[in-house]
Design a protein around this ligand. Structure first.
Ligand SMILES: [Cu+2]
Length: 119
């Protein structure tokens, strides 16, 4: 008597499980795909932009087109990162996982400053 309805419930559960699984995989793929890397160059002792807006999860790759060393410090939203001595041609990549305003400066050249806004 109740055989058919039980198998129908089991069938619905299997369908729901499959739909959730597909949605989960698509959500993960979307998140991985959405994060991007933005390049900021250092040239003539300046950052290529004064202010940059990026999305949460994006990274910035700081390149060094000068023939001298730089030393990038990033502070904000309870986060600090330092590139160490960054030689000519050497990239430094930093992820920004929390929204907020970040100050970026160079420890060697005090006039080198920029702001990163993570939305
Ligand atoms: Cu510098």
């Amino acid at each position: 008597m109740n055989g058919p309805s039980e198998s129908r419930i089991a069938d619905l559960l299997v369908k729901a499980y499959v739909v959730c699984g597909v949605a989960g995989v698509l959500a993960l793929a979307g998140a991985a795909w959405a994060a991007s890397t933005v390049t900021v160059d250092q040239r003539n002792l300046k950052f290529s932009v004064r202010e940059l807006k990026i999305a949460k999860g994006d990274s910035i790759e700081f390149t060094n087109s000068d023939d001298t060393q730089h030393n990038i410090t990033i502070t904000g939203a309870g986060f600090t990162a330092n590139s160490g001595l960054q030689g000519p041609g050497q990239p430094f990549k930093a992820p920004f996982v929390k929204p907020g305003a970040y100050k970026v400066s160079c420890g060697i050249h005090p006039n080198m400053r920029m702001t990163v806004i993570v939305e």
